[in-house]
Ligand binder design. Structure first.
Ligand code: NAD
Length: 485
């Protein structure tokens, strides 16, 4: 656990070394639980990104690129084991940096280790193909790494998104440059140190801290990058894709969501309601796949709202380290954004049905927004369509299956959805009709499932991460045509 009595200065990790520690100045790291500064990060820009890309290129063309798939996999498996050995330290760091409840931070670290276990064990099982093209010829479709990959990650799941993105890229043989979010760099930095300890050669994994408009933009537009994996907001995703397009660099975009949770009258409510609440309260609603809309068949609407209201009112809200149901929002800026969006929704006709209370002993300087249940908004209102990225659940009634599907698809997003019904035909009709990268029937795992391909439709982005698919994204095909007679 970090000593919070004196400010700790962190540095970038470039070419296997911690460099440019932010001894004087840089970016303040604030504990969202009480608003106190407890660490500082360096504010990297184009020069640091240049150094990191150069180091990654040298590793790709040198020691890292020379490793067999088996050797790469073994290093990643060792890295996974080291993450588990340091799980408690990493979970506390993630909890301090992001504000999330300790149990959740522990789950995130276990998931991060699992990413490196999954991709480490997959590294030597990623085969190319042969193509029966013509007699006297052999055609090989080889799977080759892109080269140097850029990874721009957000603050909400810094360790998990690091794992899912860097895990697939390294297993496929790429060398990586990561730009974590300025609000959550600490676990990626510590993870990179552990990767070096596990035997990853210098330069194979570099981390540059800095602001989005500076270090992030420099990475997105860098001519030495061969692929970019971006996770974040749709607006920034557009800027990153445009910058990469200047260099004809492929991009994977994992963007936001406004995921519906659809409750039909025959749903098992005892099973569904705890999951529906958790899907929006998890990580204080700051989850791309948060279940932020609940669509309820009209005949059960009063009962469901009453039961949801009771659950919301009973939630515990406080510092993540005390392990409540809901921790603070990550920053003062995000808290302002959530508050403004909710005020606009109320002015637009929405009604507060229930709201949790902050625990009496939660520090005053923290960024708390107790979970809130709203209804009464129009299906085309901003509350129904915009991502709030806070613990705010909006409820809407529907009359039949066709209306449920229309509402489910009625936003610009298409990331995930859940459908709760006992009717087998309806389960499959909804699974096919709902426009989303993942549809869960009678269960929901916001962001979960390392083995499950993940990514968006519509404004939620394109490309897939997680699962084997996530590793395939970090390769391209080289076709070799051999004429031998
Ligand atoms: P953001 O877009 O503001 O920032 C994401 C990252 O991009 C950060 O590292 C930031 O520093 C960097 N960045 C900012 N401006 C940049 C620029 N001009 N060029 C290059 N990089 C830049 O997003 P955020 O507020 O950190 O995260 C919240 C958003 O991320 C939400 O919309 C959420 O839904 C989305 N998200 C999506 C997924 C997913 O897998 N689909 C997962 C987590 C978060």
């Amino acid at each position: 656990m970090l000593d919070r009595t004196s400010i700790t200065a962190f540095g970038h990790i470039i070419n296997g070394k911690v460099v440019d520690r932010a001894e004087n100045g840089g970016i303040d790291v604030v504990d969202p639980a009480d608003g106190r500064v407890f660490a500082r990060l360096p504010r990297g820009g184009a020069a640091e990104v240049d150094r990191a890309v150069e180091a990654a290129r040298a590793a790709f063309e040198g020691e890292w690129g020379a490793k067999s798939a088996l050797e790469r996999g073994r290093i990643l498996m060792r890295f996974s084991a080291l993450i588990l050995e340091h799980a408690e330290e990493l979970a506390e760091l993630e909890c301090l940096d992001t504000g999330k409840p300790l149990t959740q931070a522990r789950n995130d670290i276990t998931a991060t280790a699992r990413y490196f276990e999954y991709y480490g064990s997959a590294a030597d099982k990623h085969h190319g193909e042969t193509i029966p093209y013509s007699k006297g010829m052999t055609v090989l479709a080889l799977r080759v790494p892109h080269g140097v990959t850029g990874h721009i990650i957000p603050w909400n799941y810094p360790s998990q998104i690091f794992g899912r993105s860097v895990g697939g890229a390294l297993a496929a043989g790429n060398a990586c440059v990561v730009k974590p979010a300025e609000d959550a760099c600490l676990t990626p930095l510590r993870l990179a140190e552990l990767a070096l300890e596990a035997g990853l050669p210098a330069g194979a994994l570099n981390i540059v801290c800095g602001l989005g408009m500076e270090a992030g933009a420099a990475l997105a537009g860098h001519t030495g990058i061969n692929h970019i994996s971006f996770t974040g907001s749709p607006q920034t995703g557009t800027a990153v894709a445009k910058a990469a397009a200047e260099n004809h660099v492929p991009v994977t975009l994992e963007l936001g969501g406004k995921s519906p949770q659809v409750l039909f009258a025959d749903a098992n409510l005892d099973e569904a309601l705890p999951v529906v609440v958790n899907a929006i309260v998890q990580n204080a609603g700051q989850t791309c796949a948060a279940g932020s809309r609940v669509l309820i068949e009209r005949s059960i609407y009063p009962e469901v709202m009453k039961r949801l209201a009771e659950r919301f009112a009973a939630l515990k809200v406080g510092p993540g380290i005390d392990d409540p149901d809901c921790g603070p929002i990550v920053s003062a800026r995000q808290l302002r954004r959530v508050t403004e969006l909710v005020e606009a929704a109320l002015a637009d006709g929405a009604r507060v049905v229930a709201q949790a209370q902050k625990n009496a002993d939660a520090p005053d300087g923290g960024y708390y927004f107790p979970p809130m249940l709203l209804d009464g908004a129009a299906p085309d209102s901003r509350l129904a369509c915009d991502e709030i990225f806070g613990p705010v659940l909006a409820a809407f009634p529907f009359d039949d299956e066709a209306e449920a599907i229309r509402l489910a698809n009625g936003t610009p997003y298409g990331l995930t959805a859940s459908v709760w019904t006992q009717d087998g035909g309806r389960q499959m009709r909804c699974a096919h009709a709902i426009e989303a990268g993942q549809v869960f029937i009678n269960n929901y795992g916001a962001g979960g499932g390392i083995e499950l391909p993940f990514g968006g439709m519509k404004r939620s982005g394109y490309g897939r991460e997680k699962a084997f698919e996530g590793m395939v994204s970090f390769t391209t095909i080289k076709t070799v045509v051999l004429k031998h007679g």
